[in-house]
Write a protein of this length. Structure first.
Lengths: 399, 308
């Protein structure tokens, strides 16, 4: 009996000790993995730049959280879901990574978030566009920060349909992101009395868009919508102008990141309207951060870069407030606290993991309007978060 | 006798390895080792270079993945069906291709595998570029939970040993002797009364089925089937593995797969990540120029010279 008591005591002491250790940083270090596209068509919008932005957030936070050092590691997903999910699996199972940021291509992110949810680790999604991560594939551990396809469709497509562009043709990136964007945009078009006259689906990293442009040309549409991103948009637009499509009908880039807008011919792209989650030249605050980013990275930040900084900062603040790096406690704090910095304006992190904040309806400046090479967008209006994003789904309401 | 001892040591190493190294990495290594062994059965023992083996790897993977997600079968049945499907595809493709030799055989197999690639790219059930995501690992025989990496590893090890044993058995059987005779001198094998094409066809089917087995297992390990596995790059990678390890040796493909997968694993995340393909290309060139019989082949030569 005495023996029994002793064992019980020892067990309860051990239990207490382990719960005390829980309320701290596991393995003496907070490790952030940044998964990004280092050499593919999305390298400019979230490649090394996302690593730099994450590192900046860690430095600005002081390099330490709860007295423990913060380490940032990174890897190239090569835009392949199998490569990306294998890296993330290795990170969380073998290398004690606590949280994964960056996260660019929706196909890779879909595979990576499944691994992360199984491992109960938080996914901080900066640049992926698909809305699936907070709808069809929603998870209590997904945090989707910068923007999503719903915001793009509501922001860009609706005003164009209202302005009388009723017939639409899509050139879509043939994977998760393109399909999601095409879906929500089609819905918006139909609800507002327009119609979709045709769709051409081009594989990711297509270099020759001529056959898709020819299909668009013979479709009789008012607008050709480019439901792709990164260098794909740049190449598609180049082909469109070479084939004279830009003179026949208007071309809408549904997702244009600043580095890509910079790479486009301003004579062709000038006047094109799009929606963005961030623009570096909004006000003092954004200019201050963007200048620091430019000094380190060499070019102006895309919205994903700013998002990567902002979400990392918010995560670190939540870790500090929760007093632990335990994912359940941290995600709860993240959703309680209001994100508020140069990027997140009027922002809340909803229960489904969707960060809702002000979006910007912008126009790409024409050559004569540009001050210099970095002067790209003219902000037409601010779209309040609740107008831009779709409402929360009941099955994704994680409390 | 010595060879048996070597196998025993290797088996012991394989049994304790997951306690020192990351089990998923080891499981991946075993899957590719099995894939390379299956490929080697064609290149090393029949002397036919198939450039379309990725089609079987991918088919096994997609079928198993689909069954695990939609049918509620246990993993061993899903793997079995994946393997059989790949074998059936192999029988069909074998029938069409074994009548040709050399570069023509390689081209026919490549063309057929590209057909398969395009089907998987466009078919809705594969998820196209997104891949088939979130395949559950399930419970082995309905009892053992494979979501634990260590159990998964031992399951993969058992599958690998079975595949390896089957190839070993095939190679050292009268059937295997005929295959080697075909490799050495096909007209002579014909003149001895063997129906050469039928032998090749059976060997091709076995090889395809085992490649499918490797693909099925790999899908369970990574819980994902993707286009990478059906892409022609994969068909090239397995040639590289086999050549580096040693064509026509039973352990060569295992060693070759070990070298290539380890390099991919450790180099891709480091400073040298961008140069990975250049390094692999260099190794290939050096291998072909300097030691043609591969790592295991050269070691065997040294062994024979000194102890044989």
């Amino acid at each position: 009996m005495k023996m029994m008591k002793k064992t019980l005591l020892a067990a309860s002491v051990a239990a207490l000790a382990s719960s005390a250790a829980m309320a701290d940083i596991s393995d003496g270090k907070l490790k952030i993995g940044v998964l990004a596209d280092m050499g593919g068509v999305y390298a400019d919008i979230c490649g090394q730049g996302c690593v730099t932005a994450t590192e900046m957030a860690v430095e600005d936070f002081g390099g330490k959280v709860l007295g423990m050092p913060i380490e940032v590691i990174s890897a190239d997903d090569q835009l392949k879901p199998d490569v990306g999910s294998a890296i993330v699996r290795k990170w969380v199972e073998d290398e004690q990574v606590d949280v994964v940021g960056g996260l660019v291509s929706s196909a890779v992110v879909g595979a990576a978030t499944k691994v992360l949810t199984d491992a109960k680790k938080i996914a901080l999604i900066s640049t992926a566009a698909s809305n699936a991560f907070t709808t069809k594939q929603c998870s209590p551990y997904n945090v989707h920060w910068t923007y999503n396809v719903a915001a793009l469709a509501n922001g860009t497509v609706q005003p164009m349909v209202d302005a009388g562009n009723k017939k639409w043709f899509f050139i879509t990136a043939d994977y998760a992101f393109g399909h999601a964007l095409e879906d929500v945009a089609t819905k918006v078009i139909k609800e507002n009395g327009g119609e979709v006259v045709g769709v051409a689906r081009a594989p990711l990293s297509t270099t020759d868009f001529s056959s898709y442009i020819l299909q668009a040309q013979s479709s009789g549409a008012d607008v050709v919508a480019l439901a792709n991103a990164g260098n794909d948009t740049v190449n598609a637009l180049k082909a469109a102008s070479e084939f004279g499509l830009t003179e026949m009908m208007s071309v809408a880039g549904l997702l244009v990141f600043t580095p890509n807008a910079q790479a486009m011919d301003p004579n062709v792209a000038g006047g094109m309207r799009t929606t963005t989650g961030f623009y570096w030249d909004l006000d003092e605050q954004t200019r201050e951060w963007s200048k620091r980013f430019m000094e380190r990275h060499g070019s102006i930040p895309a919205m994903g870069h700013a998002g990567a900084y902002s979400m990392t900062m918010h995560y670190l603040k939540a870790v500090e407030a929760a007093g632990t790096d335990d994912s359940d406690a941290v995600i709860k704090k993240m959703k309680e606290m209001k994100p508020d910095d140069f990027f997140s304006r009027n922002a809340t992190l909803r229960a489904d993991g969707r960060m809702v904040h002000d979006m910007y309806y912008v126009e790409i400046k024409k050559p004569e309007e540009r001050r210099d090479g970095d002067d790209i967008f003219k902000v037409l209006s601010v779209i309040p978060g609740d107008k831009a994003y779709a409402p929360i789904l009941p099955e994704c309401n994680f409390k | 006798m010595k060879i048996n001892k070597l196998y025993l040591v290797l088996l012991l190493l394989a049994l304790v390895a997951p306690f020192f190294l990351y089990p998923v990495f080891l499981a991946k290594l075993l899957c590719f080792a099995l894939f390379a062994c299956a490929f080697n059965l064609m290149l090393g023992y029949v002397g036919l270079l198939s450039f379309g083996h990725a089609a079987f790897l991918g088919t096994g993977g997609y079928v198993t993945g689909w069954l695990m997600m939609n049918s509620g079968l246990t993993p061993e049945l899903a793997i079995l069906l994946g393997t059989l499907t790949a074998g059936a595809l192999g029988a069909l493709y074998g029938k069409l291709s074994v009548k040709r030799e050399g570069i023509y055989f390689a081209m026919v197999t490549l063309a057929l595998s590209q057909l398969v690639f395009f089907i998987y790219l466009q078919a809705p059930f594969t998820g196209g570029e997104d891949g088939m995501q979130g395949v559950p690992r399930g419970k082995l025989f309905g009892v053992i939970d494979l979501s634990d990496n260590i159990s998964m590893y031992y399951f993969v090890l058992a599958i690998f040993l079975f595949g390896f044993w089957l190839i070993h058995r095939t190679v050292h059987s009268p059937f295997g002797q005929v295959l080697k005779a075909i490799r050495e001198n096909e007209p002579r094998a014909t003149s001895l009364g063997y129906n050469v094409n039928d032998y090749k066809w059976v060997a091709f089917t076995i090889s395809a089925a085992l490649a499918g087995l490797a693909g099925s297992t790999k899908t369970l390990v990574f819980q994902l089937a993707s286009l990478t596995d059906v892409h022609w790059h994969m068909s090239g990678e397995v040639v590289l593995m086999t050549l580096v390890g040693g064509v026509g040796t039973i352990l060569g493909p295992v060693v070759g797969a070990g070298v290539i997968v380890t390099m991919q694993n450790y180099l891709s995340s480091g400073e040298l990540g961008n140069y990975l393909h250049i390094i692999m290309g260099l190794i290939f060139v050096i291998c072909v120029l300097a030691f043609r019989s591969g790592i295991v082949g050269e070691l065997q030569k040294v062994w024979k010279r000194n102890f044989g």
